[in-house]
Design a protein. Sequence first.
Length: 391
Amino acid sequence: MRTQVGIVGAGPAGLLLSHLLHLQGIDSVVLEIRSREEIEATLRAGVLEQGTVDLLTQTGVGERMKREGFVHKGIELRFDGRSHRIDLTGLTGGRAITVYAQHEVIKDLVKARLDTGGKIVFEAQDVNIHNFMAEKPLIRYEHGGVEHALECDFIAGCDGFHGVCRRSLPKGALTVYERTYPFGWFGILAKAPPSTEELIYTLHQRGFALVSTRSPEVQRLYFQCDPLDNVDNWPDDRIWEEFQARLATRDGWKLIEGPIFQKGVVAMRSFVAEPMRFGRLFLAGDSAHIVPPTGAKGLNLAVADVNVLAKALVAHYRTGSDDGLEAYSATCLRRIWKAQRFSWWMTSMLHRSPGGDAFQHRVQLAELDYVTSSEAASTSLAENYVGFPMD
Ligand code: RFL
Ligand code: PHB
Protein backbone atom coordinates (compact mmCIF):
# COMPACT_ATOMS: atom_id res chain seq x y z
CA MET A 1 0.00 0.00 0.00
CA ARG A 2 1.16 3.56 -0.70
CA THR A 3 0.05 7.00 0.48
CA GLN A 4 1.50 10.50 0.61
CA VAL A 5 1.36 10.97 4.40
CA GLY A 6 1.30 8.03 6.81
CA ILE A 7 -0.26 9.14 10.09
CA VAL A 8 0.21 7.16 13.31
CA GLY A 9 -2.60 7.79 15.82
CA ALA A 10 -6.26 8.80 15.48
CA GLY A 11 -6.39 11.37 18.27
CA PRO A 12 -7.27 15.00 17.57
CA ALA A 13 -3.84 15.59 15.96
CA GLY A 14 -3.88 12.63 13.56
CA LEU A 15 -7.53 12.92 12.53
CA LEU A 16 -7.44 16.67 12.00
CA LEU A 17 -4.20 16.42 10.00
CA SER A 18 -5.79 13.81 7.75
CA HIS A 19 -8.86 16.04 7.32
CA LEU A 20 -6.83 19.20 6.53
CA LEU A 21 -4.69 17.31 4.00
CA HIS A 22 -7.76 15.80 2.34
CA LEU A 23 -9.25 19.28 1.84
CA GLN A 24 -6.08 20.18 -0.10
CA GLY A 25 -6.11 17.00 -2.19
CA ILE A 26 -3.33 15.23 -0.26
CA ASP A 27 -3.78 11.54 0.46
CA SER A 28 -3.14 10.02 3.90
CA VAL A 29 -3.73 6.82 5.85
CA VAL A 30 -4.30 6.89 9.63
CA LEU A 31 -3.14 3.88 11.69
CA GLU A 32 -4.78 3.62 15.14
CA ILE A 33 -4.06 0.95 17.72
CA ARG A 34 -7.49 1.15 19.38
CA SER A 35 -11.01 0.51 18.07
CA ARG A 36 -13.33 3.24 16.81
CA GLU A 37 -15.64 2.63 19.79
CA GLU A 38 -12.78 3.08 22.21
CA ILE A 39 -11.42 6.34 20.78
CA GLU A 40 -14.93 7.75 20.58
CA ALA A 41 -15.55 6.97 24.26
CA THR A 42 -12.27 8.16 25.84
CA LEU A 43 -12.93 11.08 28.16
CA ARG A 44 -10.38 13.86 28.13
CA ALA A 45 -10.39 17.55 27.36
CA GLY A 46 -13.26 19.98 27.32
CA VAL A 47 -12.00 23.48 26.57
CA LEU A 48 -11.46 24.60 22.97
CA GLU A 49 -9.65 27.86 22.28
CA GLN A 50 -11.09 30.42 19.88
CA GLY A 51 -8.50 29.48 17.21
CA THR A 52 -9.38 25.77 17.49
CA VAL A 53 -13.10 26.55 17.16
CA ASP A 54 -12.45 28.79 14.15
CA LEU A 55 -10.30 26.17 12.40
CA LEU A 56 -12.86 23.38 12.95
CA THR A 57 -15.63 25.68 11.73
CA GLN A 58 -13.77 26.92 8.64
CA THR A 59 -12.90 23.38 7.59
CA GLY A 60 -16.47 22.10 7.81
CA VAL A 61 -16.31 19.99 10.99
CA GLY A 62 -17.73 22.51 13.45
CA GLU A 63 -21.44 22.15 12.86
CA ARG A 64 -22.32 19.96 15.88
CA MET A 65 -19.83 21.85 18.06
CA LYS A 66 -21.64 25.10 17.21
CA ARG A 67 -24.97 23.50 18.11
CA GLU A 68 -24.01 21.51 21.21
CA GLY A 69 -20.93 23.29 22.56
CA PHE A 70 -21.11 26.09 25.11
CA VAL A 71 -19.43 29.42 24.47
CA HIS A 72 -17.96 30.84 27.68
CA LYS A 73 -17.03 34.50 27.83
CA GLY A 74 -15.43 34.38 31.25
CA ILE A 75 -14.05 32.15 34.00
CA GLU A 76 -14.14 32.46 37.79
CA LEU A 77 -11.12 32.34 40.05
CA ARG A 78 -12.17 31.50 43.61
CA PHE A 79 -9.99 31.87 46.70
CA ASP A 80 -10.43 32.93 50.28
CA GLY A 81 -14.14 32.10 49.97
CA ARG A 82 -14.76 34.68 47.23
CA SER A 83 -15.22 34.45 43.47
CA HIS A 84 -13.68 36.84 40.96
CA ARG A 85 -14.64 36.87 37.31
CA ILE A 86 -12.08 37.13 34.52
CA ASP A 87 -13.87 38.72 31.56
CA LEU A 88 -12.16 36.71 28.82
CA THR A 89 -14.11 38.31 26.00
CA GLY A 90 -13.93 41.89 27.24
CA LEU A 91 -10.19 41.62 27.84
CA THR A 92 -9.30 40.00 24.48
CA GLY A 93 -11.24 42.03 21.95
CA GLY A 94 -14.10 39.54 21.65
CA ARG A 95 -12.46 36.12 21.88
CA ALA A 96 -14.00 33.27 23.93
CA ILE A 97 -13.59 29.56 24.69
CA THR A 98 -16.02 26.76 23.83
CA VAL A 99 -16.70 23.83 26.14
CA TYR A 100 -17.17 20.77 23.90
CA ALA A 101 -15.80 17.35 24.87
CA GLN A 102 -12.74 16.00 23.08
CA HIS A 103 -14.46 12.69 22.26
CA GLU A 104 -17.18 14.65 20.47
CA VAL A 105 -14.48 16.35 18.36
CA ILE A 106 -13.11 12.85 17.66
CA LYS A 107 -16.55 11.60 16.57
CA ASP A 108 -16.99 14.58 14.22
CA LEU A 109 -13.54 14.11 12.66
CA VAL A 110 -13.87 10.33 12.25
CA LYS A 111 -17.24 10.81 10.55
CA ALA A 112 -15.89 13.53 8.26
CA ARG A 113 -12.98 11.32 7.18
CA LEU A 114 -15.03 8.18 6.63
CA ASP A 115 -17.82 10.07 4.80
CA THR A 116 -15.28 11.34 2.25
CA GLY A 117 -13.54 8.02 1.68
CA GLY A 118 -10.72 8.62 4.18
CA LYS A 119 -8.74 5.59 5.31
CA ILE A 120 -8.45 4.95 9.04
CA VAL A 121 -7.14 1.53 10.07
CA PHE A 122 -8.53 0.86 13.56
CA GLU A 123 -6.95 -1.82 15.74
CA ALA A 124 -3.65 -1.65 13.84
CA GLN A 125 -1.20 -3.71 15.93
CA ASP A 126 2.56 -3.48 16.29
CA VAL A 127 2.94 -0.28 14.25
CA ASN A 128 6.62 0.46 13.57
CA ILE A 129 8.28 3.11 11.45
CA HIS A 130 11.33 2.84 9.15
CA ASN A 131 13.57 4.81 6.75
CA PHE A 132 12.32 8.23 7.78
CA MET A 133 15.83 9.70 7.52
CA ALA A 134 15.90 8.58 3.86
CA GLU A 135 13.74 9.22 0.78
CA LYS A 136 11.24 6.42 1.24
CA PRO A 137 9.73 6.06 4.70
CA LEU A 138 7.85 2.87 5.48
CA ILE A 139 5.36 1.95 8.20
CA ARG A 140 4.83 -1.70 9.04
CA TYR A 141 1.87 -2.93 11.06
CA GLU A 142 -0.35 -5.90 11.62
CA HIS A 143 -4.10 -5.88 11.06
CA GLY A 144 -6.48 -8.81 11.42
CA GLY A 145 -3.55 -11.18 11.73
CA VAL A 146 -1.97 -9.99 8.44
CA GLU A 147 1.32 -8.04 8.11
CA HIS A 148 1.10 -4.80 6.12
CA ALA A 149 3.63 -2.30 4.78
CA LEU A 150 2.63 1.29 4.05
CA GLU A 151 5.01 3.29 1.86
CA CYS A 152 4.74 7.05 2.19
CA ASP A 153 6.50 10.36 1.49
CA PHE A 154 6.19 11.53 5.10
CA ILE A 155 5.28 10.10 8.50
CA ALA A 156 3.29 12.11 11.04
CA GLY A 157 3.79 10.83 14.61
CA CYS A 158 0.44 11.74 16.17
CA ASP A 159 0.41 8.79 18.55
CA GLY A 160 0.31 10.59 21.89
CA PHE A 161 2.70 10.54 24.84
CA HIS A 162 2.96 6.72 25.03
CA GLY A 163 3.16 6.19 21.26
CA VAL A 164 5.83 4.49 19.21
CA CYS A 165 7.12 7.33 16.98
CA ARG A 166 9.05 9.39 19.52
CA ARG A 167 10.52 6.20 20.97
CA SER A 168 11.78 5.15 17.51
CA LEU A 169 14.31 7.96 17.44
CA PRO A 170 17.94 7.16 18.18
CA LYS A 171 19.09 7.86 21.71
CA GLY A 172 20.46 11.37 21.96
CA ALA A 173 18.42 12.70 19.01
CA LEU A 174 16.01 14.47 21.33
CA THR A 175 16.45 17.01 24.07
CA VAL A 176 13.79 16.44 26.71
CA TYR A 177 12.55 19.07 29.17
CA GLU A 178 10.36 17.63 31.88
CA ARG A 179 8.67 18.30 35.19
CA THR A 180 6.35 16.05 37.14
CA TYR A 181 4.09 17.45 39.83
CA PRO A 182 3.58 15.98 43.30
CA PHE A 183 -0.20 15.96 42.81
CA GLY A 184 -2.80 14.69 40.36
CA TRP A 185 -6.43 15.40 39.47
CA PHE A 186 -9.38 13.31 40.61
CA GLY A 187 -12.02 13.79 37.88
CA ILE A 188 -15.70 12.91 37.98
CA LEU A 189 -18.74 13.10 35.73
CA ALA A 190 -22.00 13.64 37.60
CA LYS A 191 -25.59 13.68 36.48
CA ALA A 192 -26.62 17.10 37.75
CA PRO A 193 -27.64 20.50 36.46
CA PRO A 194 -24.91 23.18 36.28
CA SER A 195 -24.06 24.99 39.50
CA THR A 196 -22.38 27.80 37.61
CA GLU A 197 -22.55 29.42 34.19
CA GLU A 198 -18.77 29.63 33.86
CA LEU A 199 -15.84 27.40 34.84
CA ILE A 200 -14.63 27.86 38.42
CA TYR A 201 -10.94 27.39 39.28
CA THR A 202 -10.43 27.34 43.07
CA LEU A 203 -7.52 27.40 45.45
CA HIS A 204 -8.40 26.30 48.99
CA GLN A 205 -6.32 25.27 52.01
CA ARG A 206 -7.16 21.68 51.06
CA GLY A 207 -6.02 22.21 47.49
CA PHE A 208 -7.29 22.93 43.98
CA ALA A 209 -10.78 22.24 42.60
CA LEU A 210 -12.36 22.90 39.19
CA VAL A 211 -16.01 22.98 38.18
CA SER A 212 -16.58 22.44 34.46
CA THR A 213 -19.53 21.19 32.46
CA ARG A 214 -20.48 18.87 29.62
CA SER A 215 -24.19 19.47 29.08
CA PRO A 216 -27.23 20.84 30.92
CA GLU A 217 -27.52 17.38 32.54
CA VAL A 218 -23.86 16.38 33.05
CA GLN A 219 -21.16 18.20 35.00
CA ARG A 220 -17.39 17.61 34.96
CA LEU A 221 -15.49 18.35 38.17
CA TYR A 222 -11.92 17.81 39.35
CA PHE A 223 -10.05 18.15 42.64
CA GLN A 224 -6.36 17.95 43.40
CA CYS A 225 -5.36 14.58 44.87
CA ASP A 226 -2.34 12.41 45.49
CA PRO A 227 -1.11 11.26 42.04
CA LEU A 228 -1.07 7.66 43.32
CA ASP A 229 -4.55 7.87 44.85
CA ASN A 230 -7.10 5.24 43.89
CA VAL A 231 -10.77 5.78 43.00
CA ASP A 232 -11.66 3.00 45.47
CA ASN A 233 -10.63 5.33 48.30
CA TRP A 234 -13.33 7.76 47.28
CA PRO A 235 -16.96 6.78 47.84
CA ASP A 236 -19.38 9.35 46.41
CA ASP A 237 -20.15 10.98 49.79
CA ARG A 238 -16.49 11.61 50.45
CA ILE A 239 -16.03 13.14 46.97
CA TRP A 240 -18.91 15.58 47.46
CA GLU A 241 -17.66 16.51 50.94
CA GLU A 242 -14.29 17.38 49.43
CA PHE A 243 -15.81 19.49 46.66
CA GLN A 244 -18.19 21.25 49.08
CA ALA A 245 -15.30 22.12 51.40
CA ARG A 246 -13.00 23.45 48.68
CA LEU A 247 -15.66 25.37 46.78
CA ALA A 248 -17.53 26.94 49.75
CA THR A 249 -17.98 30.70 49.52
CA ARG A 250 -18.90 33.40 52.03
CA ASP A 251 -22.00 34.35 50.03
CA GLY A 252 -23.72 30.96 50.27
CA TRP A 253 -23.17 29.74 46.67
CA LYS A 254 -24.40 26.13 46.36
CA LEU A 255 -22.75 23.25 44.52
CA ILE A 256 -25.49 20.99 43.15
CA GLU A 257 -24.73 17.30 43.68
CA GLY A 258 -25.93 14.33 41.66
CA PRO A 259 -25.17 10.67 40.91
CA ILE A 260 -21.50 10.18 39.95
CA PHE A 261 -21.10 7.84 36.95
CA GLN A 262 -17.40 8.16 36.17
CA LYS A 263 -14.28 8.58 38.33
CA GLY A 264 -10.59 8.69 37.42
CA VAL A 265 -7.17 9.95 38.56
CA VAL A 266 -4.91 11.86 36.14
CA ALA A 267 -1.18 12.46 36.70
CA MET A 268 0.23 15.92 35.96
CA ARG A 269 3.30 16.47 33.84
CA SER A 270 5.07 19.12 31.78
CA PHE A 271 7.14 17.65 28.94
CA VAL A 272 8.72 18.87 25.70
CA ALA A 273 10.88 16.81 23.32
CA GLU A 274 12.85 18.88 20.80
CA PRO A 275 13.13 19.08 17.86
CA MET A 276 9.83 17.87 16.40
CA ARG A 277 11.20 16.88 12.99
CA PHE A 278 13.67 14.17 11.92
CA GLY A 279 14.07 13.89 8.17
CA ARG A 280 10.65 12.82 6.97
CA LEU A 281 9.17 12.16 10.42
CA PHE A 282 7.15 14.93 12.09
CA LEU A 283 5.96 14.63 15.69
CA ALA A 284 2.73 16.48 16.55
CA GLY A 285 0.56 16.87 19.65
CA ASP A 286 1.09 14.85 22.84
CA SER A 287 3.77 12.70 21.15
CA ALA A 288 6.08 15.73 21.42
CA HIS A 289 4.72 17.65 24.40
CA ILE A 290 2.48 17.38 27.48
CA VAL A 291 1.07 20.14 29.66
CA PRO A 292 -0.70 19.86 33.01
CA PRO A 293 -4.45 20.30 32.33
CA THR A 294 -4.86 23.46 34.46
CA GLY A 295 -4.34 25.71 31.42
CA ALA A 296 -6.61 23.57 29.16
CA LYS A 297 -4.01 23.67 26.40
CA GLY A 298 -3.13 20.07 25.34
CA LEU A 299 -5.72 19.48 22.65
CA ASN A 300 -5.38 23.05 21.43
CA LEU A 301 -1.63 22.61 20.98
CA ALA A 302 -2.21 19.38 19.04
CA VAL A 303 -4.56 21.30 16.72
CA ALA A 304 -2.07 24.15 16.30
CA ASP A 305 0.77 21.73 15.44
CA VAL A 306 -1.12 19.98 12.67
CA ASN A 307 -2.36 23.29 11.29
CA VAL A 308 1.30 24.29 10.78
CA LEU A 309 2.22 20.83 9.45
CA ALA A 310 -0.67 20.67 6.98
CA LYS A 311 0.25 24.07 5.52
CA ALA A 312 3.90 23.06 5.20
CA LEU A 313 2.98 19.79 3.44
CA VAL A 314 0.61 21.62 1.09
CA ALA A 315 3.44 24.01 0.14
CA HIS A 316 5.75 21.04 -0.45
CA TYR A 317 3.34 19.33 -2.83
CA ARG A 318 2.05 22.50 -4.55
CA THR A 319 5.20 24.58 -4.99
CA GLY A 320 8.06 22.26 -4.10
CA SER A 321 9.09 24.65 -1.32
CA ASP A 322 10.25 22.95 1.87
CA ASP A 323 10.65 26.18 3.85
CA GLY A 324 7.54 25.38 5.91
CA LEU A 325 8.75 21.85 6.67
CA GLU A 326 12.19 23.20 7.67
CA ALA A 327 10.56 25.74 9.99
CA TYR A 328 7.93 23.31 11.40
CA SER A 329 9.64 22.52 14.67
CA ALA A 330 10.67 26.09 15.51
CA THR A 331 7.27 27.52 14.54
CA CYS A 332 5.42 25.04 16.77
CA LEU A 333 7.85 25.32 19.68
CA ARG A 334 7.26 29.06 20.06
CA ARG A 335 3.58 28.45 20.82
CA ILE A 336 4.31 25.28 22.81
CA TRP A 337 6.69 27.02 25.20
CA LYS A 338 4.22 29.84 25.81
CA ALA A 339 1.57 27.24 26.60
CA GLN A 340 4.06 25.39 28.82
CA ARG A 341 4.76 28.56 30.74
CA PHE A 342 1.07 29.39 31.11
CA SER A 343 0.09 25.84 32.16
CA TRP A 344 2.93 25.66 34.69
CA TRP A 345 2.00 29.10 36.04
CA MET A 346 -1.72 28.30 36.41
CA THR A 347 -0.80 24.98 38.06
CA SER A 348 1.64 26.60 40.49
CA MET A 349 -0.79 29.35 41.40
CA LEU A 350 -3.76 27.05 42.01
CA HIS A 351 -2.39 23.90 43.70
CA ARG A 352 -1.04 23.22 47.17
CA SER A 353 2.27 21.39 47.13
CA PRO A 354 2.62 18.64 49.73
CA GLY A 355 5.09 20.13 52.18
CA GLY A 356 4.34 23.61 50.90
CA ASP A 357 4.44 26.02 53.80
CA ALA A 358 2.21 28.90 54.89
CA PHE A 359 4.50 31.40 53.17
CA GLN A 360 3.95 29.73 49.83
CA HIS A 361 0.19 29.73 50.34
CA ARG A 362 0.20 33.45 51.18
CA VAL A 363 2.21 34.19 48.02
CA GLN A 364 -0.33 32.20 45.96
CA LEU A 365 -3.19 34.20 47.48
CA ALA A 366 -1.37 37.44 46.75
CA GLU A 367 -0.86 36.36 43.15
CA LEU A 368 -4.56 35.51 42.79
CA ASP A 369 -5.46 38.86 44.36
CA TYR A 370 -3.16 40.60 41.86
CA VAL A 371 -4.45 38.64 38.83
CA THR A 372 -8.08 39.40 39.72
CA SER A 373 -7.62 43.06 40.61
CA SER A 374 -5.12 44.33 38.05
CA GLU A 375 -6.38 44.82 34.51
CA ALA A 376 -2.86 44.22 33.15
CA ALA A 377 -2.57 40.89 34.98
CA SER A 378 -6.09 39.67 34.13
CA THR A 379 -5.56 40.63 30.48
CA SER A 380 -2.44 38.49 30.43
CA LEU A 381 -4.32 35.51 31.87
CA ALA A 382 -7.24 36.05 29.48
CA GLU A 383 -5.19 36.25 26.28
CA ASN A 384 -3.24 33.13 27.19
CA TYR A 385 -6.38 31.23 28.20
CA VAL A 386 -8.39 31.98 25.03
CA GLY A 387 -5.23 31.24 23.02
CA PHE A 388 -3.10 33.08 20.50
CA PRO A 389 -4.22 33.28 16.85
CA MET A 390 -3.21 30.31 14.69
CA ASP A 391 0.06 30.58 12.74
P1 RFL B 1 -3.95 11.52 21.83
O1 RFL B 1 -5.31 12.09 22.03
O2 RFL B 1 -3.29 10.83 22.94
O3 RFL B 1 -4.08 10.52 20.59
C1 RFL B 1 -3.06 9.62 20.24
C2 RFL B 1 -3.69 8.43 19.53
O4 RFL B 1 -2.64 7.55 19.11
C3 RFL B 1 -3.00 6.22 19.42
N1 RFL B 1 -1.77 5.42 19.58
C4 RFL B 1 -1.30 4.58 18.64
N2 RFL B 1 -1.76 4.25 17.44
C5 RFL B 1 -1.03 3.35 16.72
N3 RFL B 1 0.09 2.76 17.19
C6 RFL B 1 0.59 3.05 18.40
N4 RFL B 1 1.70 2.48 18.86
C7 RFL B 1 -0.12 4.02 19.19
N5 RFL B 1 0.07 4.53 20.41
C8 RFL B 1 -0.93 5.39 20.63
C9 RFL B 1 -3.81 6.34 20.69
O5 RFL B 1 -4.66 5.22 20.88
C10 RFL B 1 -4.59 7.63 20.44
O6 RFL B 1 -5.83 7.39 19.82
O7 RFL B 1 -2.92 12.62 21.31
P2 RFL B 1 -3.15 13.96 20.44
O8 RFL B 1 -3.92 13.66 19.18
O9 RFL B 1 -1.83 14.59 20.36
O10 RFL B 1 -4.14 14.88 21.30
C11 RFL B 1 -3.72 15.40 22.53
C12 RFL B 1 -4.92 15.57 23.49
O11 RFL B 1 -5.62 14.33 23.55
C13 RFL B 1 -4.50 16.01 24.91
O12 RFL B 1 -3.48 16.96 24.83
C14 RFL B 1 -5.68 16.61 25.71
O13 RFL B 1 -6.62 15.63 26.03
C15 RFL B 1 -5.18 17.29 27.00
N6 RFL B 1 -6.28 17.85 27.83
C16 RFL B 1 -6.86 19.06 27.55
N7 RFL B 1 -6.50 19.75 26.45
C17 RFL B 1 -7.14 20.90 26.12
O14 RFL B 1 -6.77 21.54 25.11
N8 RFL B 1 -8.19 21.41 26.87
C18 RFL B 1 -8.62 20.76 27.98
O15 RFL B 1 -9.59 21.20 28.60
C19 RFL B 1 -7.94 19.56 28.38
N9 RFL B 1 -8.33 18.90 29.48
C20 RFL B 1 -6.74 17.12 28.95
C21 RFL B 1 -7.76 17.68 29.77
C22 RFL B 1 -6.21 15.86 29.27
C23 RFL B 1 -6.69 15.19 30.37
N10 RFL B 1 -6.15 13.90 30.61
C24 RFL B 1 -6.95 12.75 30.76
C25 RFL B 1 -4.72 13.69 30.44
C26 RFL B 1 -8.24 17.02 30.87
C27 RFL B 1 -7.68 15.79 31.20
C28 RFL B 1 -8.21 15.11 32.43
C1 PHB C 1 -12.69 19.93 31.33
O1 PHB C 1 -13.83 20.40 31.17
O2 PHB C 1 -12.46 18.72 31.21
C2 PHB C 1 -11.58 20.84 31.65
C3 PHB C 1 -11.81 22.20 31.80
C4 PHB C 1 -10.75 23.05 32.11
C5 PHB C 1 -9.49 22.55 32.29
C6 PHB C 1 -9.24 21.18 32.13
C7 PHB C 1 -10.28 20.33 31.82
O3 PHB C 1 -8.47 23.39 32.62
